[in-house]
Write a protein that binds this ligand. Structure first.
Ligand SMILES: Nc1nc2c(c(=O)[nH]1)N[C@H]1C(S)=C(S)[C@@H](COP(=O)(O)O)O[C@H]1N2
Ligand SMILES: [Mo]
Length: 458
């Protein structure tokens, strides 16, 4: 664990962060040092040592009775895992820890499920505590049969269980100009992934009968922010869900207990928590909602416009600023691991670069590969003590999208490389807060420390 995180309010602005040009990197390091290895991976320093007291002595926890099994009726993690927590920072809180963001420690994550206690949480009006007995869901507007449901009535519809991530569209949004956080948790932790249980809204609509004029669904929360969002009816009839289950238990209060909206793959802010009303209408609530569009890059180099979905994205998880390689011996075989995800489909390929995106090798996709879901990938690497690397990952999805470079994302895809920097107005020049899915780079230095950098092609 790197030592920059001392308490949950530590300011982690990235003092070491820098913007590199590709030429800088090649001047410094010469050729690329990727090794495609198939050898056995083993922590080679482990030996059955006689002088290791941790293995030679009977430990204190085995010498007396342990706690009664009912001590924690609701279990909690080992006390030794106390550092694995969500975190926030003044930079993201605007001085208000109620209308705030708590980011997920994805550097500590295994597999593709985020435990409920670590799930990313964004609340505009604080965490509401809704009494399930008083909970009601009203479904109204352009339906033949408007209804008000209790929680028990809602749960009588046939249920489905699906695994999806929820990502705030501002994830990574601090990093447009330069890396701001020397931390995976803060740079990419505005998201989490869980197994959700609930009902497809299209199933409820079979009963309520949607009128043909209905083009938008307005969703409203019952928290202090009374969040209202409009969702196109095509998405509602595709895979929109109303969920009450999160990883095998009731939704946590932070996730909108007892019921939230889930729009698989779409912007997290549309997934209204503490859901109280769905109102079908012919118009959206805000004109903006019809017009906000973003672009995404196809592998052909062509960009297309779309809106609402979180674009294909990826990150290296190990190593990362929080998980450096400072203790690795020369020649160690290590597994580089990461996550990839796309709100538009299923991950089909992940590439890994050791030189900041000039050359790529194909990574292995691990375990379950599901649509609109976190996907694990890895690559076995032979570590050379003192080597300098620029680790960059790039994911591709089955909707045909590929992660852009930051320059493509900022200046546009039609601008030729030789025009970059000459006329910044020529491209889109978009440095927004939202929908940044450009490739990210970790610099591994001679000591094995990992820093967040940005490689520019300009
Ligand atoms: N009612 C309500 N719903 C809400 C919010 C809120 O503040 N109130 N925040 C939204 C935002 S901006 C995001 S990114 C997601 C985050 O979901 P999570 O907190 O479960 O991760 O919830 C969305 N739904
Ligand atoms: Mo958000």
């Amino acid at each position: 664990m790197s030592d920059f995180i001392k308490d949950s309010n530590t300011d982690v602005t990235n003092e070491k962060s820098k913007v590199l040009s590709r030429r800088d990197f090649f001047k410094k390091t010469g050729a690329m040092s990727a090794v495609a290895a198939s050898s056995v991976v083993a922590p080679s320093l482990l030996k059955a040592s006689e002088d290791d007291p941790a293995i030679m002595h009977h430990p204190k926890w085995g010498q007396s009775w342990g706690d009664p099994v009912t001590k924690n009726r609701y279990g909690i993690p080992s006390a030794y895992e106390h550092n694995v927590t969500r975190r926030n920072t003044k930079l993201l809180a605007s001085g208000n820890y109620r209308a705030s963001i708590a980011v997920t420690p994805i550097h500590e994550s295994d597999g593709i499920i985020t435990p409920n206690g670590l799930f990313f949480s964004r609340c505009h009006g604080g965490i509401a505590h809704v009494d399930p007995n008083e909970y009601r869901l009203m479904i109204t507007g352009l339906v033949e049969k408007p209804i008000v449901l209790t929680l028990a009535q809602l749960k009588r519809y046939p249920r489905v269980t699906r695994t999806h991530f929820i990502e705030c569209p501002a994830n990574g949004g601090q990093e447009w100009r330069r890396p701001q956080y020397n931390s995976l948790q803060f740079a990419k932790g505005f998201m989490s992934c869980a197994e959700w249980t609930g009902v497809y809204i299209k199933t409820i609509l079979e009963d309520l009968k949607l009128k043909p004029e209905a083009k938008w669904m307005l969703a409203e929360g019952s928290d202090n922010s009374e969040m209202g969002r409009s969702v196109p009816v095509e998405k509602v009839l595709d895979d929109a869900m109303i969920v009450w289950g999160q990883n095998g238990e009731a939704l946590r209060p932070e996730q909108g207990y007892p019921v939230r909206l889930l729009l698989p793959g779409w912007e997290g802010n549309l997934c209204v928590k503490w859901l109280k009303r769905l109102d079908f209408a012919s118009e959206p609530w805000y004109a903006k909602e019809e017009t906000s569009k973003y672009t995404a890059l196809k592998p052909t180099g062509k960009a297309v416009q779309h809106f609402y979905a979180n674009e294909v994205n990826s990150t290296v998880v190990i190593p990362s600023p929080e998980k450096p390689w400072t203790d690795l011996e020369d020649g160690a075989m290590v597994e580089i691991e990461g996550l990839a995800w796309s709100g538009m489909g299923t991950i089909t390929r992940v590439d890994l670069s050791f030189d900041g995106g000039n050359n790529y090798v194909e990574a292995n996709i691990k375990g379950l590969v599901l649509p609109k879901c976190w996907t694990r990938w890895s690559y076995i690497h032979k570590y050379k003590k003192g080597e300098k690397l620029l680790l960059t990952s790039r994911a591709i999805d089955d909707a045909g999208f590929i992660q852009p470079t930051i320059d493509q994302e900022v200046f546009g895809f039609d601008v030729k490389k030789e025009d970059y920097g000459k006329d910044k107005n020529k491209g889109m020049g978009v440095e927004s807060v939202y929908h940044r899915n450009a490739i990210e780079t970790w610099e591994v230095n001679e000591k094995g420390e990992v820093n967040h950098v940005q490689v520019r092609t300009i």
